[in-house]
Write a protein that binds this ligand. Structure first.
Ligand SMILES: Cc1cc2nc3c(=O)[nH]c(=O)nc-3n(C[C@H](O)[C@H](O)[C@H](O)COP(=O)(O)OP(=O)(O)OC[C@H]3O[C@@H](n4cnc5c(N)ncnc54)[C@H](O)[C@@H]3O)c2cc1C
Length: 401
């Protein structure tokens, strides 16, 4: 840690908790946390941080937890804090940083990510939503899909095509779109869990001021990479306490429903549970090591390691947890009435059947496991690249459905 010692950081955090007392609500508390640089410690002063190394955040979080004031960023504003704030910090103007960062961190303004389209998911650079400049404003027309939390969001991180005559990676621009602007329509998508946490978003002649452009015109791909790299770390880089999270769910079911001791079924299931425990601990320790060696800045392709390992592991842990419960596991306890989460952090139901069904999405959201393997193969291991026949072709000449 640079000029601020661990002890100093601890006492700064204790002071924050003491000064705010018990009456401040979450937004008030986190607003003060932001102003004192304890929000995202690797961010610069005045922007919620202190310019420290990222691992110093664990010291702050630890003290906040002891003081009963640790709010989980993924529950407060999952897309805004983990992915949006680093993107605005890297590519936004000073005015955008002043306007957007604090209310994002406090959770007063939820953000969503408007990247995927019906014809552009893994190949997001192929997207077709158009933004056309009209004086000092951009006019946006198109459709996005799978947009998590769009229905409660104030800001959408929008990737749109601004120059169709350029090759696909070069003709995009990144914007912050006001989700309350006229012409934005959000429709729910019903999921296997019974929830509708994500949406379709239709944009019809939506006007975005040029001042809400994130980075130079045509450089949207660079901004998108910042968002996606941070997304992979946010989704896969968590370091929960030993034995907590999905392995904790499996252990809870094992303790309650393991087959009778001494039977063949018991030995077989115990072997499976033990192997999963070891893998869960290996992923946790790998993420811990990655966090300790991370330096401030935009995460690299190594972030895909944690994303890939935890996505695949989560599915296996929860499959095993459902198997352990026996025939009870065939019932989705929560039922299928459509629930629309009214805030970030989902519906708050964490029964095993919901976790099992939700985990199916882990190897799709934030980039599929196949795409993670491609990134690791090409950018970490240096294997030959996938052929890209459309890389230098103008987007408008690429055949589409
Ligand atoms: C729960 C959830 C939340 C999401 N939230 C958001 C959000 O908030 N905002 C947003 O913009 N998007 C969001 N997404 C969308 C997500 O990013 C895409 O679903 C994902 O990138 C895959 O794109 P696709 O669904 O179009 O599948 P496709 O890209 O059509 O892929 C189909 C299959 O082909 C495989 N494949 C594709 N290309 C290759 C390749 N080059 N090599 C090997 N295999 C390949 C894929 O791995 C997959 O198995 C969310 C998705 C889920 C499930």
């Amino acid at each position: 840690m640079s000029e601020i010692s661990t002890d100093q950081l601890r006492s700064m955090t204790r002071e924050l908790v003491a000064d705010m007392g018990g009456d401040a609500d979450m937004a008030q508390f986190r607003s003060e946390q932001f102003d004192r640089g304890l929000a995202v410690v690797q961010f610069p002063p005045r922007r919620g941080g202190l310019g420290l190394e990222p691992d110093a955040q664990a010291v702050v979080d630890d003290e906040l937890a002891s003081g009963g004031r640790h709010y989980h960023n993924l529950a407060v504003n999952p897309i805004g804090i983990g992915m949006g704030m680093p993107t605005v910090l890297a590519h936004g103007t000073e005015e955008m940083k002043d306007r957007l960062l604090r209310p994002c961190f406090t959770g007063e303004e939820i953000w969503c990510q408007l990247f995927s389209e019906p014809g552009a998911g893994s190949d997001v650079a192929g997207l077709a939503t158009r933004a056309v400049l009209d004086g000092e404003e951009w006019i946006v027309n198109g459709q996005k899909v799978w947009t998590t939390l769009a229905h409660v969001s104030r800001w959408g991180m929008l990737l749109a095509r601004t120059d169709p005559e350029q090759p696909k990676h070069k003709g995009m621009t990144y914007f912050m779109m006001d989700m309350r602007a006229p012409g934005v329509e959000v429709r729910p998508l019903f999921q296997i869990t019974g929830e509708a946490e994500f949406n379709e978003v239709f944009m019809t002649d939506v006007r975005i001021p040029d001042s809400m452009r994130l980075g130079a015109r045509g450089t949207g791909w660079g901004g998108a990479i910042t968002t996606l790299m941070n997304e992979r770390v946010a989704l896969g880089g968590g370091v929960p306490a030993r034995g907590s999270g999905n392995i904790g769910t499996l252990m809870k079911e094992w303790i309650g429903h393991a087959p009778p001791a001494g039977t063949a079924a018991y030995h077989v299931a115990r072997d499976r549970v033990t192997r999963l425990w070891i893998r869960a601990e290996l992923v946790r320790l790998t993420n811990l090591r990655a966090r300790e060696s991370a330096s401030a800045g935009i995460p690299g392709p190594e972030g895909s390691v944690g994303k890939l390992l935890s996505a695949e592991l989560n599915k296996e842990l929860l499959e095993c947890a459902v198997d352990v419960t026996g025939s009870r596991g065939m019932v989705h306890t929560h039922g299928y009435a459509m629930v629309r989460p009214e805030q970030a952090g989902g519906s708050g139901t964490f029964d095993t059947s919901r976790l099992f069904l939700r985990a199916r999405a882990n190897s799709i959201e934030g980039g599929t496991s196949e795409i993670m393997r491609n990134i690791l193969g090409e950018r970490v291991l240096g294997l030959p690249k996938e052929p890209q026949v459309d890389r230098d072709v103008p987007w408008s000449d690429i055949p589409r459905n």
